[in-house]
Design a protein around this ligand. Sequence first.
Ligand code: GLU
Length: 471
Amino acid sequence: MIRTRFAPSPTGYMHVGNLRTALFSYLIAKKNNGKFILRIEDTDQKRFLNDSKDFIFKTLKQAGLKYDEGPDIGGEFGPYIQSERKEIYLYFADKLLKDKKAFYCFCKANNKDKNICRCEELDDNEINKKILSRESYVIRQKIFCGTTKFVDLIYGEITINNTELDKQILIKSDGFATYNFANVIDDHLMKITHVVRGCEYLSSTPKYNLLYNFFNWEIPKYIHLPLILNNNGEKLSKRHGSVSFEDLINQGFLPEAIINYIAFLGWSPDDNTKELFYLNELEKIFDIKKISRSPAIFDIKKITWMNGQHIKKLPEEIFLNFSRKYLESKIDDKNIDIKKLAKFSQTRINFINQAGELFDFLNKIKNYSIDLFKREKIKCDLYISNLVLKNSLEIFCIIEKEDWNEKNLKEKILKLIDKLNLKSRQVFWPIRVALSGQENSPCGAIEIAEILKKTETINRIKIAIDKINIK
Ligand code: GLU
């Protein structure tokens, strides 16, 4: 059975790149009826805050990436938090020491120059003496001559001369394992079949493979994911604006839109005409073979568009729930049917909070230019506008307040179109401009009139007539 894992460090935020790793790892498992495991890599004790773990659980839930095993839900191969696995790593480090595949290194912590360190040559007596006199030490991996070859499912065959590999630290002076050691032990013990992670780990992978070989363990399949760049070709980083899941959520992106967009960062479906997918659809079609090795570009415009598409697809009542507070903030009259406003805005916005802005004109009409009435394309000019507005004013004045509804208003205006012998566009345009003060509005003249009610409609028509000022 395929088993994949997501192994974040609890940094307190979820970078888009990490989320992409989680998503691809999840999809590979789901596509193959496998299991997706969450493991927290908190070996660097100083750096991590405690509640960052909860943050990871929460984010994955919000993104819909349900894991089958993990720190908060348990599983057969726990614990799933590296800081709780200290003894396991020490046990395996000890094994390597005994087999002469690792060595104690007493050099000062900052001595990174692998050529200077002679600790490998110390004999058991010297080592024991140093340990007894409480000299601090780390445990390093031995690197033997030869070459290391492996296949990455994305980057292909990679061969490296072992002289290029450093004798990396496996156990630090505080007794904690490094990520470099722990990831190998854990992936093996947790029976991970496919290791999915960012390509920044590609160059360390030969060292991990040497460890697998030392232990005589089967090497997992590797899937290293391409870099994610911004539009300027730079690595996507915090300095260039929002790059984390929570930033995007705070900006008004829907989780399903983020997931949809992120799926395309380095992957594409067979049918490249379709772009909108939900997670459950991706689970069925995701294919490792279609992962690319060239860097992916994070394009904020594209994800914005995609968000708009996902907003359109939201069930009406869900959209209403999301947008209600924005819409209500624009409307004094609580009798106005918010449902209707929601419907008008759902197809027109890329962010839910824009739902309110669309209706700014209801509260207050801005000082618009009379040029708006001139519209050559539909043969509308100031003269026609004046005629239409004066006639509609008469009609609006006669309609009783109780009869002020869409159906009635429409009936009357259609009659007016007939009477004036104009095209319907020539009639609707000036009324809509008069009522909204805008070139575009989320709904038409009749609908706006209905929402504004009789008094305000008449008020705005009069203002427009005055503005045009043709006697
Ligand atoms: N803890 C590593 C990170 O957050 C994970 C690398 C891996 O998946 O092996 O980048």
